[in-house]
Design a protein around this ligand. Structure first.
Ligand SMILES: Cc1cc2nc3c(=O)[nH]c(=O)nc-3n(C[C@H](O)[C@H](O)[C@H](O)COP(=O)(O)O)c2cc1C
Length: 179
């Protein structure tokens, strides 16, 4: 299904960004397959170092694996949402002639951007998400059966309530103008 089924307000990038809010309470209803595909495809539109796509995504469908993941993320219960995506770093995909430490840094940035793009795609699709950064990496690696280190988990689903924007610090406190 094309995005043409949305109004221009639904897809206005600034409106989408201001509507995105972390959600920890989801309706258990499943997410349409085409929406899942769109979220995954959007992840792959994010910029990556050298365009080498130094990340991989594990789409967790198995409810038992989700239960194990809940325990591996400090018992955060929302990790059983309809769509659970584990974003992993894969520095070996980044074929650039730089030290391993640099490639690792690139891979974490690649995986992070991919997840951030996915969150925005979810918002356009009337879904909501929560970013899980509190991860026991060793446990998650074991549970999903990979050697790749996870950087974040996105739990996505239909929100049970619409939230207003969260207050932020004054922008001036975050911006340093040089010159
Ligand atoms: C790096 C990072 C790690 C996070 N880890 C968690 C987490 O483990 N559990 C959680 O409930 N929220 C987590 N969050 C979500 C933040 O709490 C949330 O984004 C923040 O409070 C701002 O709220 P908003 O997303 O609604 O604007 C994380 C967000 C980021 C970017």
């Amino acid at each position: 299904m094309a995005l043409s089924c949305f109004s221009s307000k639904d897809t206005d990038i600034f409106d989408v960004m201001s509507r995105r809010r972390s959600t920890r309470k989801f309706d258990p209803k499943p997410i349409e397959e085409w929406k899942t595909e769109k979220i995954l495809a959007t992840a792959d539109t994010a910029p990556t170092a050298g365009n080498f796509q130094g990340f991989e995504i594990f789409h967790v469908k198995d409810e038992k694996i989700k239960e194990k993941l809940v325990k591996a993320v400090n018992n955060q219960p929302y990790v059983n949402s309809s769509l659970v995506l584990v974003y992993c770093k894969n520095p070996s995909r980044v074929k650039l002639d730089f030290p391993a430490t640099t490639l690792k840094k690139f891979a974490i940035q690649d995986a992070t951007l991919a997840a951030a793009y996915s969150q925005l795609a979810a918002t356009v699709l009337s879904l909501s998400s929560i970013w899980i950064g509190m991860i026991n990496e060793k446990k998650v690696v074991q549970i999903i059966g990979t050697k790749l280190v996870p950087s974040s988990i996105l739990c996505i689903g239909y929100p049970t309530q619409q939230k207003l924007s969260k207050p932020r610090k004054n922008l001036a406190e975050l911006i340093h103008v040089l010159g």
